[in-house]
Write a protein that binds this ligand. Structure first.
Ligand code: HEM
Length: 336
Protein backbone atom coordinates (compact mmCIF):
# COMPACT_ATOMS: atom_id res chain seq x y z
CA UNK A 1 0.00 0.00 0.00
CA UNK A 2 2.76 2.44 0.95
CA UNK A 3 4.63 1.66 -2.24
CA UNK A 4 1.49 2.39 -4.32
CA UNK A 5 1.10 5.73 -2.50
CA UNK A 6 4.79 6.56 -3.05
CA UNK A 7 4.51 5.79 -6.79
CA UNK A 8 1.33 7.88 -7.10
CA UNK A 9 3.14 10.82 -5.39
CA UNK A 10 6.03 10.46 -7.83
CA UNK A 11 3.75 10.43 -10.87
CA UNK A 12 1.74 13.45 -9.60
CA UNK A 13 5.01 15.31 -8.88
CA UNK A 14 6.36 14.60 -12.38
CA UNK A 15 3.06 15.69 -13.98
CA UNK A 16 3.08 18.95 -11.98
CA UNK A 17 6.67 19.61 -13.04
CA UNK A 18 5.72 19.04 -16.68
CA UNK A 19 2.74 21.39 -16.27
CA UNK A 20 4.93 24.13 -14.77
CA UNK A 21 7.48 23.76 -17.58
CA UNK A 22 4.77 23.79 -20.25
CA UNK A 23 3.12 26.89 -18.81
CA UNK A 24 6.37 28.82 -18.45
CA UNK A 25 6.68 31.68 -21.04
CA UNK A 26 9.58 31.53 -23.55
CA UNK A 27 12.81 33.24 -22.43
CA UNK A 28 12.40 36.20 -24.78
CA UNK A 29 8.92 36.80 -23.51
CA UNK A 30 10.27 37.11 -19.98
CA UNK A 31 11.91 40.49 -20.91
CA UNK A 32 9.58 43.33 -19.96
CA UNK A 33 8.68 44.93 -23.30
CA UNK A 34 8.38 48.49 -21.93
CA UNK A 35 12.11 48.77 -21.12
CA UNK A 36 14.26 50.93 -23.47
CA UNK A 37 17.15 48.70 -24.63
CA UNK A 38 19.56 51.66 -24.58
CA UNK A 39 18.63 52.60 -21.01
CA UNK A 40 21.91 51.38 -19.56
CA UNK A 41 23.94 53.57 -21.90
CA UNK A 42 21.66 56.52 -21.13
CA UNK A 43 22.34 55.94 -17.43
CA UNK A 44 26.03 55.70 -18.14
CA UNK A 45 25.90 59.01 -20.00
CA UNK A 46 24.10 60.69 -17.09
CA UNK A 47 26.55 59.20 -14.65
CA UNK A 48 29.44 60.48 -16.76
CA UNK A 49 27.91 63.96 -16.96
CA UNK A 50 27.54 64.11 -13.19
CA UNK A 51 30.81 62.53 -12.20
CA UNK A 52 32.94 63.88 -15.10
CA UNK A 53 35.11 60.80 -14.85
CA UNK A 54 34.31 57.13 -14.23
CA UNK A 55 37.07 55.27 -12.44
CA UNK A 56 37.47 51.66 -11.46
CA UNK A 57 39.84 50.07 -8.97
CA UNK A 58 43.31 48.82 -9.75
CA UNK A 59 46.35 47.34 -8.16
CA UNK A 60 49.18 48.79 -10.27
CA UNK A 61 50.83 51.97 -8.94
CA UNK A 62 49.73 54.16 -11.93
CA UNK A 63 46.39 55.46 -10.63
CA UNK A 64 45.62 57.16 -14.00
CA UNK A 65 45.06 53.73 -15.50
CA UNK A 66 41.98 53.23 -13.26
CA UNK A 67 40.05 55.85 -15.23
CA UNK A 68 37.61 54.13 -17.51
CA UNK A 69 35.80 57.02 -19.16
CA UNK A 70 35.75 60.80 -19.21
CA UNK A 71 33.84 63.14 -21.56
CA UNK A 72 37.04 64.96 -22.62
CA UNK A 73 38.33 61.65 -23.96
CA UNK A 74 35.41 61.47 -26.36
CA UNK A 75 35.84 65.08 -27.54
CA UNK A 76 39.52 64.48 -28.06
CA UNK A 77 38.91 61.28 -30.01
CA UNK A 78 36.41 63.13 -32.20
CA UNK A 79 39.04 65.84 -32.85
CA UNK A 80 41.76 63.32 -33.62
CA UNK A 81 39.74 61.00 -35.84
CA UNK A 82 37.41 63.44 -37.59
CA UNK A 83 38.10 67.18 -37.14
CA UNK A 84 41.89 67.18 -37.59
CA UNK A 85 41.91 65.02 -40.75
CA UNK A 86 39.21 67.21 -42.35
CA UNK A 87 40.87 70.47 -41.33
CA UNK A 88 44.26 69.17 -42.49
CA UNK A 89 42.98 67.92 -45.84
CA UNK A 90 41.15 71.19 -46.58
CA UNK A 91 44.10 73.44 -45.64
CA UNK A 92 46.86 71.40 -47.33
CA UNK A 93 44.94 70.56 -50.51
CA UNK A 94 43.59 74.13 -50.58
CA UNK A 95 47.09 75.63 -50.48
CA UNK A 96 48.30 73.16 -53.13
CA UNK A 97 45.36 74.11 -55.37
CA UNK A 98 46.07 77.85 -54.92
CA UNK A 99 49.74 77.30 -55.81
CA UNK A 100 48.88 75.32 -58.94
CA UNK A 101 46.38 78.00 -60.04
CA UNK A 102 48.89 80.77 -59.28
CA UNK A 103 51.62 78.98 -61.24
CA UNK A 104 49.31 78.42 -64.23
CA UNK A 105 48.23 82.08 -64.17
CA UNK A 106 51.56 83.79 -63.37
CA UNK A 107 54.21 81.24 -64.30
CA UNK A 108 57.76 81.50 -62.98
CA UNK A 109 58.89 85.02 -61.99
CA UNK A 110 61.75 85.56 -64.42
CA UNK A 111 64.95 87.57 -63.99
CA UNK A 112 64.16 90.70 -66.00
CA UNK A 113 66.72 91.39 -68.69
CA UNK A 114 68.24 87.93 -68.11
CA UNK A 115 71.29 87.04 -66.06
CA UNK A 116 74.17 89.50 -65.81
CA UNK A 117 76.76 86.74 -65.41
CA UNK A 118 78.06 88.44 -62.24
CA UNK A 119 77.17 86.94 -58.86
CA UNK A 120 77.04 88.07 -55.27
CA UNK A 121 77.31 85.90 -52.14
CA UNK A 122 73.88 85.43 -50.50
CA UNK A 123 74.32 82.69 -47.85
CA UNK A 124 77.54 81.25 -46.43
CA UNK A 125 78.23 77.52 -45.96
CA UNK A 126 77.12 77.46 -42.33
CA UNK A 127 73.79 79.14 -43.16
CA UNK A 128 73.14 76.71 -46.00
CA UNK A 129 74.07 73.65 -43.90
CA UNK A 130 71.70 74.77 -41.11
CA UNK A 131 68.93 75.49 -43.63
CA UNK A 132 69.17 72.10 -45.36
CA UNK A 133 69.55 70.16 -42.12
CA UNK A 134 66.40 71.82 -40.73
CA UNK A 135 64.55 71.48 -44.05
CA UNK A 136 65.29 67.76 -44.49
CA UNK A 137 64.26 67.04 -40.89
CA UNK A 138 61.08 69.07 -41.45
CA UNK A 139 60.15 67.14 -44.60
CA UNK A 140 60.56 63.75 -42.87
CA UNK A 141 58.76 65.00 -39.73
CA UNK A 142 55.92 66.30 -41.91
CA UNK A 143 55.54 63.07 -43.93
CA UNK A 144 55.74 60.79 -40.87
CA UNK A 145 53.35 63.10 -38.97
CA UNK A 146 50.84 63.16 -41.82
CA UNK A 147 51.02 59.36 -41.82
CA UNK A 148 49.80 59.37 -38.20
CA UNK A 149 46.74 61.40 -39.22
CA UNK A 150 46.01 60.13 -42.73
CA UNK A 151 47.96 56.85 -43.04
CA UNK A 152 45.21 54.55 -41.82
CA UNK A 153 42.74 55.92 -44.38
CA UNK A 154 45.13 56.40 -47.32
CA UNK A 155 48.09 53.99 -47.00
CA UNK A 156 46.68 50.99 -45.15
CA UNK A 157 44.36 49.97 -48.03
CA UNK A 158 47.28 50.34 -50.49
CA UNK A 159 50.05 48.63 -48.49
CA UNK A 160 48.22 46.05 -46.44
CA UNK A 161 48.58 45.49 -42.68
CA UNK A 162 52.17 44.24 -42.42
CA UNK A 163 53.79 46.77 -44.74
CA UNK A 164 51.75 49.64 -43.27
CA UNK A 165 52.70 48.78 -39.70
CA UNK A 166 56.41 48.49 -40.68
CA UNK A 167 56.29 51.86 -42.49
CA UNK A 168 54.46 53.48 -39.57
CA UNK A 169 56.86 52.07 -37.00
CA UNK A 170 59.91 53.42 -38.87
CA UNK A 171 58.06 56.66 -39.44
CA UNK A 172 57.49 56.98 -35.70
CA UNK A 173 61.17 56.35 -34.91
CA UNK A 174 62.14 59.00 -37.46
CA UNK A 175 59.53 61.39 -36.07
CA UNK A 176 60.85 61.01 -32.52
CA UNK A 177 64.58 61.18 -33.25
CA UNK A 178 64.56 63.88 -35.96
CA UNK A 179 62.68 66.21 -33.62
CA UNK A 180 66.03 66.89 -31.89
CA UNK A 181 68.05 68.14 -34.91
CA UNK A 182 64.95 70.01 -36.08
CA UNK A 183 64.73 71.84 -32.75
CA UNK A 184 68.44 72.67 -32.86
CA UNK A 185 68.01 73.90 -36.46
CA UNK A 186 65.12 76.16 -35.43
CA UNK A 187 67.23 77.70 -32.64
CA UNK A 188 70.16 78.26 -35.05
CA UNK A 189 67.88 79.82 -37.70
CA UNK A 190 66.51 82.13 -35.00
CA UNK A 191 70.00 83.24 -33.97
CA UNK A 192 71.64 83.54 -37.38
CA UNK A 193 68.85 85.46 -39.22
CA UNK A 194 67.13 87.46 -36.46
CA UNK A 195 69.10 90.57 -37.52
CA UNK A 196 67.55 90.61 -41.00
CA UNK A 197 64.03 89.75 -39.87
CA UNK A 198 62.97 92.62 -37.63
CA UNK A 199 59.92 94.29 -39.25
CA UNK A 200 60.64 97.78 -40.69
CA UNK A 201 58.98 100.59 -42.72
CA UNK A 202 60.32 99.06 -45.94
CA UNK A 203 58.09 96.02 -45.28
CA UNK A 204 54.90 98.12 -45.20
CA UNK A 205 55.69 99.52 -48.65
CA UNK A 206 56.62 96.03 -49.93
CA UNK A 207 53.33 94.59 -48.64
CA UNK A 208 51.28 97.51 -50.06
CA UNK A 209 52.73 96.73 -53.47
CA UNK A 210 51.89 93.02 -53.11
CA UNK A 211 55.56 92.09 -53.04
CA UNK A 212 55.73 92.60 -56.80
CA UNK A 213 54.26 89.14 -57.32
CA UNK A 214 51.48 90.58 -59.46
CA UNK A 215 52.61 92.52 -62.52
CA UNK A 216 56.21 93.63 -62.98
CA UNK A 217 56.61 95.82 -59.91
CA UNK A 218 59.80 95.46 -57.84
CA UNK A 219 59.36 97.03 -54.40
CA UNK A 220 62.69 97.59 -52.62
CA UNK A 221 63.74 95.08 -49.95
CA UNK A 222 66.71 94.40 -47.69
CA UNK A 223 68.31 90.97 -47.14
CA UNK A 224 64.84 89.53 -46.42
CA UNK A 225 61.62 90.97 -47.81
CA UNK A 226 58.34 91.12 -45.80
CA UNK A 227 57.13 87.77 -47.22
CA UNK A 228 60.35 86.07 -46.12
CA UNK A 229 60.10 87.71 -42.70
CA UNK A 230 56.63 86.17 -42.35
CA UNK A 231 58.11 82.76 -43.24
CA UNK A 232 60.96 83.31 -40.77
CA UNK A 233 58.56 84.06 -37.89
CA UNK A 234 56.29 81.16 -38.87
CA UNK A 235 59.36 78.88 -38.62
CA UNK A 236 60.41 80.33 -35.26
CA UNK A 237 56.96 80.47 -33.59
CA UNK A 238 55.66 77.31 -35.31
CA UNK A 239 58.89 75.39 -34.63
CA UNK A 240 58.85 76.38 -30.96
CA UNK A 241 55.17 75.38 -30.57
CA UNK A 242 55.82 72.06 -32.33
CA UNK A 243 58.86 71.34 -30.15
CA UNK A 244 57.17 72.16 -26.81
CA UNK A 245 53.98 70.20 -27.57
CA UNK A 246 55.97 67.38 -29.23
CA UNK A 247 58.21 66.83 -26.20
CA UNK A 248 55.16 66.90 -23.90
CA UNK A 249 53.77 64.05 -26.00
CA UNK A 250 57.09 62.21 -26.23
CA UNK A 251 57.56 62.21 -22.45
CA UNK A 252 53.98 61.61 -21.28
CA UNK A 253 52.76 62.87 -17.91
CA UNK A 254 55.95 64.76 -17.03
CA UNK A 255 54.34 67.96 -15.81
CA UNK A 256 50.99 67.33 -17.55
CA UNK A 257 47.85 65.39 -16.74
CA UNK A 258 45.42 63.81 -19.22
CA UNK A 259 43.91 67.21 -20.10
CA UNK A 260 47.38 68.70 -20.68
CA UNK A 261 48.36 65.80 -22.94
CA UNK A 262 45.17 66.19 -24.95
CA UNK A 263 45.71 69.93 -25.33
CA UNK A 264 49.33 69.31 -26.40
CA UNK A 265 48.15 66.86 -29.05
CA UNK A 266 45.49 69.24 -30.36
CA UNK A 267 47.96 72.16 -30.63
CA UNK A 268 50.62 69.87 -32.18
CA UNK A 269 48.17 68.68 -34.85
CA UNK A 270 46.74 72.12 -35.71
CA UNK A 271 50.12 73.91 -35.83
CA UNK A 272 51.57 71.05 -37.91
CA UNK A 273 48.91 71.43 -40.59
CA UNK A 274 49.35 75.23 -40.79
CA UNK A 275 53.15 74.87 -40.74
CA UNK A 276 53.14 72.36 -43.62
CA UNK A 277 50.80 74.62 -45.63
CA UNK A 278 53.10 77.64 -45.09
CA UNK A 279 56.19 75.64 -46.05
CA UNK A 280 54.51 74.49 -49.28
CA UNK A 281 54.30 78.18 -50.23
CA UNK A 282 57.96 78.68 -49.26
CA UNK A 283 59.13 75.63 -51.25
CA UNK A 284 57.13 76.87 -54.26
CA UNK A 285 58.86 80.28 -54.26
CA UNK A 286 62.27 78.69 -53.63
CA UNK A 287 61.96 76.32 -56.62
CA UNK A 288 59.58 76.69 -59.57
CA UNK A 289 58.03 80.00 -58.46
CA UNK A 290 61.05 82.26 -58.97
CA UNK A 291 63.96 82.01 -61.38
CA UNK A 292 67.34 82.28 -59.66
CA UNK A 293 66.07 81.93 -56.05
CA UNK A 294 67.22 78.34 -55.43
CA UNK A 295 70.85 79.16 -56.21
CA UNK A 296 71.15 81.36 -53.12
CA UNK A 297 70.54 78.32 -50.92
CA UNK A 298 72.09 75.83 -53.38
CA UNK A 299 75.47 77.30 -54.33
CA UNK A 300 75.38 80.28 -51.97
CA UNK A 301 75.51 82.96 -54.70
CA UNK A 302 72.83 84.76 -56.74
CA UNK A 303 72.94 86.68 -59.99
CA UNK A 304 73.37 90.45 -59.54
CA UNK A 305 70.28 91.12 -61.70
CA UNK A 306 68.22 88.81 -59.48
CA UNK A 307 69.46 90.68 -56.39
CA UNK A 308 68.68 94.07 -58.03
CA UNK A 309 65.15 92.92 -58.84
CA UNK A 310 64.22 91.30 -55.50
CA UNK A 311 66.56 92.72 -52.83
CA UNK A 312 67.73 96.11 -54.16
CA UNK A 313 68.52 97.62 -50.73
CA UNK A 314 70.55 94.56 -49.76
CA UNK A 315 72.51 94.74 -53.03
CA UNK A 316 73.31 98.41 -52.37
CA UNK A 317 74.59 97.45 -48.90
CA UNK A 318 76.76 94.71 -50.39
CA UNK A 319 78.21 97.11 -52.98
CA UNK A 320 78.89 99.74 -50.29
CA UNK A 321 80.62 97.16 -48.09
CA UNK A 322 82.69 95.87 -51.02
CA UNK A 323 83.88 99.35 -52.02
CA UNK A 324 84.58 100.21 -48.37
CA UNK A 325 86.65 97.02 -48.10
CA UNK A 326 88.46 97.84 -51.34
CA UNK A 327 89.31 101.40 -50.26
CA UNK A 328 90.49 100.09 -46.85
CA UNK A 329 92.83 97.58 -48.46
CA UNK A 330 94.02 100.22 -50.96
CA UNK A 331 94.78 102.56 -48.03
CA UNK A 332 96.63 99.74 -46.24
CA UNK A 333 98.70 99.00 -49.37
CA UNK A 334 99.56 102.72 -49.80
CA UNK A 335 100.68 102.94 -46.15
CA UNK A 336 103.06 99.97 -46.49
C1 HEM B 1 62.51 71.49 -48.68
C2 HEM B 1 62.43 72.41 -49.56
C3 HEM B 1 62.94 73.82 -49.37
C4 HEM B 1 63.46 74.61 -50.34
C5 HEM B 1 63.59 74.23 -51.81
C6 HEM B 1 63.86 75.86 -49.75
C7 HEM B 1 64.47 76.90 -50.42
C8 HEM B 1 64.91 78.08 -49.85
C9 HEM B 1 65.60 79.15 -50.54
C10 HEM B 1 65.97 79.13 -52.01
C11 HEM B 1 65.81 80.14 -49.65
C12 HEM B 1 66.56 81.47 -49.92
C13 HEM B 1 65.66 82.54 -50.43
C14 HEM B 1 66.48 83.80 -50.73
O1 HEM B 1 67.58 83.70 -51.23
O2 HEM B 1 65.99 84.89 -50.47
C15 HEM B 1 65.29 79.71 -48.38
C16 HEM B 1 65.29 80.45 -47.23
C17 HEM B 1 64.74 80.05 -46.02
N1 HEM B 1 64.23 78.80 -45.72
FE1 HEM B 1 63.93 77.31 -47.06
N2 HEM B 1 63.57 75.81 -48.42
C18 HEM B 1 62.99 74.59 -48.13
C19 HEM B 1 62.52 74.16 -46.90
C20 HEM B 1 62.56 74.90 -45.74
C21 HEM B 1 62.05 74.46 -44.48
C22 HEM B 1 61.35 73.11 -44.24
C23 HEM B 1 62.26 75.43 -43.58
C24 HEM B 1 61.92 75.49 -42.12
C25 HEM B 1 61.25 74.60 -41.46
C26 HEM B 1 62.89 76.53 -44.29
C27 HEM B 1 63.24 77.73 -43.72
C28 HEM B 1 63.78 78.81 -44.42
C29 HEM B 1 63.98 80.12 -43.85
C30 HEM B 1 63.58 80.56 -42.43
C31 HEM B 1 64.55 80.91 -44.86
C32 HEM B 1 64.91 82.40 -44.76
C33 HEM B 1 63.66 83.23 -45.06
C34 HEM B 1 63.15 83.03 -46.46
O3 HEM B 1 63.92 83.09 -47.42
O4 HEM B 1 61.94 82.78 -46.57
N3 HEM B 1 63.07 76.15 -45.59
N4 HEM B 1 64.75 78.44 -48.54
Amino acid sequence: MTSILARARLVIGALMLLFVIAMAPPVSAQQPTSVNPTASSVNEDKLLEQMKIISGRGTIPDAKSYNIEQPEGRNWEQFRRVNLPWFGAIIILGVLAVLVIFYLARGMVKIEGGRSGRTVIRFNEFERAVHWMTASCFVILAISGLNITFGRALLLPLLGLDAFSAVSQWGKYAHNYLSFPFTIGTVLIFLMWIGGNIPSKVDTEWLKRGGGMIGNDHPPAGHFNAGQKVIYWIVIIGGTAMAITGYLLMFPFYGTGIAGMQLAQIVHGLVAVLFVAAMLGHIYIGTIGMEGAFEGMGTGTVDVNWAKQHHSLWLEEQKAQASEGMSRSAAATAAE
